[in-house]
Design a protein around this ligand. Structure first.
Ligand code: ZN
Length: 127
């Protein structure tokens, strides 16, 4: 893969990263609103008081990872890391280059289509 191609995928990844961060922000706002609504204003206040410090950070992390966008964000970060190390674009399973069409659709893809399908078939028990 040449430099301008790498740049293109890097841009795609960074764009997707922004989208995911925005998505997480929206999700989190919804969750905060739900908590406030169900507990009322006064207990909502004490909830937020007790929420400070590392506990809140742990909760944040758990939330990030529990959500689909959070996991996606993790994979996007990993892909950016690989790209900068010059390891981007090869399948993690068979080592062959991942097709450009696939990378354009899923820039954080770790597996080529063949390996991905194989893995999914194995998971669902189809041989
Ligand atoms: Zn493969």
């Amino acid at each position: 893969m040449n430099k301008s191609e790498l740049k293109k995928y890097e841009k795609l990844l960074l764009q997707k990263r922004e989208e995911m961060i925005e998505q997480l922000r929206v999700n989190k706002k919804q969750i905060d609103t739900t908590i406030k609504d169900s507990t009322g204003d006064i207990s909502g206040y004490s909830y937020h008081m007790a929420d400070q410090g590392t506990d809140a950070m742990e909760r944040e992390k758990a939330f990030m990872f529990a959500s689909k966008s959070g996991r996606l964000l993790y994979h996007i970060d990993e892909a950016i890391r690989r790209l900068r190390k010059g390891e981007y674009g090869n399948c993690h399973s068979c080592g062959k280059p991942i097709s450009k069409a696939r990378l354009e659709a899923v820039p954080h893809a770790r597996y080529c289509l063949e390996c991905k399908e194989k893995e999914e078939n194995e998971k669902s028990g189809v041989r």
